[in-house]
Design a protein around this ligand. Structure first.
Ligand SMILES: [Zn+2]
Length: 322
């Protein structure tokens, strides 16, 4: 991989390359965009280009530095993320970054710290990190990635250059799934529809068997709306990523509404369940489906803004039941 192989993020890549060309590489960045669009991959590509021994606009993929980044073995390029069993990035990890940042690079031009899902730092961690963001050294680059920028303190935001990544069109996603991930044409067709513009979501759908997850969620949220009242859906273990689950629900309602205007199953996102879509849709008016869609979107927004998810889901369930 290199910048040349990043699909669908031309604007972000151009911005980063322009900074390399003008010798204006900054000390801190926030790569922001929806989940699964490739923020971490782009951060690694930037790290690779910045430290490539050929010092070009893109990584050469051949020098020792590029190969070390590719094998995640570069002593000056670190990725910091929350542990799997934790819901936030522990302050110890930030303290370790601060210590590491006090040292010179071991062998590269730049010491690069990539903090993924940076919104998972609590206020204490963000404030600790702020100290080094405020006094950047020439040989350090911090890249924070986030799909929920509202989770970052305004003081952190103000120290970083924002680089926005966007959702991708279905064709670009199909291309990625087939060329890079070995999907068959049929799989790529189905999963790219369900991806809602995010290749990462399409890959997760296949790898984590998320069709099953979607069916379970539809069962709880759509067929047994009362499950929401019993607070089952607020169980972190049953629905660890409620926002993703709501997006699946949204794609379902979108299909129900679309089916009011066409019976062409070719445009359904959940194309594998087109018969049910047509049959369920007949029970609801287009007006009702539109209201339900805005209710789900509102709930996703609330959860994004850290509103109590139980309350938000309860209100959504009331509105869907009406
Ligand atoms: Zn290189």
């Amino acid at each position: 991989m290199s910048f040349a192989n990043i699909i669908g993020q031309d604007r972000a890549v151009a911005l980063l390359q322009a900074m390399i060309t003008r010798n204006e590489v900054l000390g801190s960045y926030i790569f922001t965009g929806p989940k699964g669009v490739g923020k971490k991959i782009l951060a690694l590509e930037y790290a690779k280009a910045l430290n490539c021994e050929k010092q070009g606009l893109d990584s050469c993929e051949e020098c020792v530095s590029c190969r070390k980044v590719n094998s995640m073995n570069h002593p000056d390029v670190s990725i910091i993320a929350k542990d799997e069993d934790s819901s936030f990035i522990k302050i110890d990890k930030i303290r370790d970054i601060i210590y590491q940042a006090s040292l010179k690079p071991y062998e590269a031009r730049k010491k690069i710290f990539i903090i993924t899902e940076a919104e998972d730092m609590n206020e204490e961690s963000q404030n600790a990190l702020l100290k080094i963001l405020e006094e950047p050294r020439d040989n350090q680059v911090f890249i924070l990635t986030t799909s929920r920028i509202s989770g970052l303190l305004s003081t952190v935001l103000s120290r970083c250059k924002l680089v926005k990544l966007n959702l991708l069109g279905q064709d670009r996603i199909k291309e990625i799934l087939i060329d890079r991930h070995g999907f068959t044409e049929d799989e790529a067709d189905l999963f790219s529809r369900m991806s809602l513009g995010s290749p990462g979501r399409a890959i997760a759908f296949k790898e984590k068997d998320e069709l099953k997850e979607r069916d379970r969620m539809l069962n709880d949220f759509f067929l047994r709306k009362r499950a929401i009242f019993r607070e089952e859906v607020c169980d972190d273990k049953k629905y660890p990523d409620i926002e993703e689950s709501l997006k699946m629900l949204l794609s379902w309602y979108r299909d129900l509404l679309v089916s009011k205007f066409t019976e062409d199953a070719g445009i359904f996102l959940n194309a594998d369940r087109s018969q049910e879509i047509l049959s369920y849709a007949s029970r609801f008016s287009a007006d009702k489906l539109e209201r339900d869609i805005s209710s789900i979107m509102k709930t996703i927004n609330y959860i994004n803004r850290n509103v109590n998810p139980k309350m938000a889901l309860f209100n959504m369930a009331l509105e869907l039941e009406r």
